[in-house]
Write a protein that binds this ligand. Sequence first.
Ligand SMILES: Cc1cc2nc3c(=O)[nH]c(=O)nc-3n(C[C@H](O)[C@H](O)[C@H](O)COP(=O)(O)O)c2cc1C
Length: 390
Amino acid sequence: MRVRITGNAARLANPLFNSNKLKMGVFFANIGGGARPTLAEDRTRLSWPSVVEIAQMADGAGIEAFIPLATWSARNRDSDFTKYSYEPWTWAAAIAQATHNICVFTTAQVPIFPPVVAAKLTATVDHISNGRFAINVVCGHAGQALEGLVGAPDLGHDEWYAYADEWIEILDRLWSDPDIFDYSGRYFDLKGAGSYPKPVQQPRPPIMNAGNSDVGQRWAARHSDMMFTAAPTGDDEAIKAKVDHIRGIATEYGREVEVWMSSSVVVRPTEREALEYLDYYAVDHADLLAVASLLRHPTLPAVLQALPAATRREQLRRMVAGSFNMQILVGTPEQLVDRLINLSKAGVDGLNMTFVNYQDELCRVVNHVLPLLEQAGLRGPFARQPSATG
Ligand SMILES: Cc1cc2nc3c(=O)[nH]c(=O)nc-3n(C[C@H](O)[C@H](O)[C@H](O)COP(=O)(O)O)c2cc1C
């Protein structure tokens, strides 16, 4: 059981700030149908017992982060992809109660949660988790994704980041200022703002920011502890250039920011088995409706059908396994660890994993990949602890 400490000491005890050179997270863990646009029969379906099972497996293995996707719209009525999801704050509160070690995130789209609401939600989950909470802030495409659903103002992409500047400024005060204050800005005009109790972690819980654009990188450099971003699979030079660029901007602001990336993982005893599973889920059982909708390319199924088989396979591997620009990590444990060593050399601090079948694949990662990462010096040994309810 984690000792109850408060303040900056609690923040520094958050597993996100441990000494592991490469930190690991499980992403999309509140979503049904698996994290990939696939109709593979074995994809993880949404149920609370399965979410708790996955959380406790990650928790017991010393994985640092458990991160939900925030989505309010069903992308396509005829496709299950991201259609079923648990709401991220309430999900985080319950996961916090079911775990002991892992840092539980919410994913917060800034237009949905006014600062006074976000401040109170944060303090609540930070208390429940005893300082194991963090926020993945989502600013950029919120306008597009939420338009018409939550009555958000119609701001352009970059302006959402200006809005988020005020949003986080107010939150920082609500989280740490003992007094009640007024705030007058371009987007917010608050009288008598104050939030009690304060979060356990002071001056604030860790902030991650998911984005890619220049303005998104600048926001992360100014306000975040971690930027959660994407880069082309396998191009380690491009990854290094992106990481260096983000760190460089943070230096301009006199800050440091970690860079985390997302991945889709298949690990099997042999490379052949891993590739067979990749083709099973990404090629043979691709959810073409979901892929076409993600890429905003309605005629994509017909275009793919007209391609020679080998080209079609390559395209589908990239579009399904690599959707959302995830690093495609497919192979034996040793092959995966080689890729992770290269990502770490390129400066990546954290890797968030997604899977088709979360239970089976995460189990293989825990049993076969994590020990090799320890041998490679990317992660220290973790004293396995029992889970809260397991
Ligand atoms: C790794 C990653 C995770 C993201 N997760 C979410 C999410 O859960 N919900 C959401 O609405 N947007 C999410 N986004 C979208 C971002 O908020 C952002 O709008 C988009 O990446 C565009 O980046 P930009 O704003 O820097 O242009 C995510 C983006 C990235 C790169």
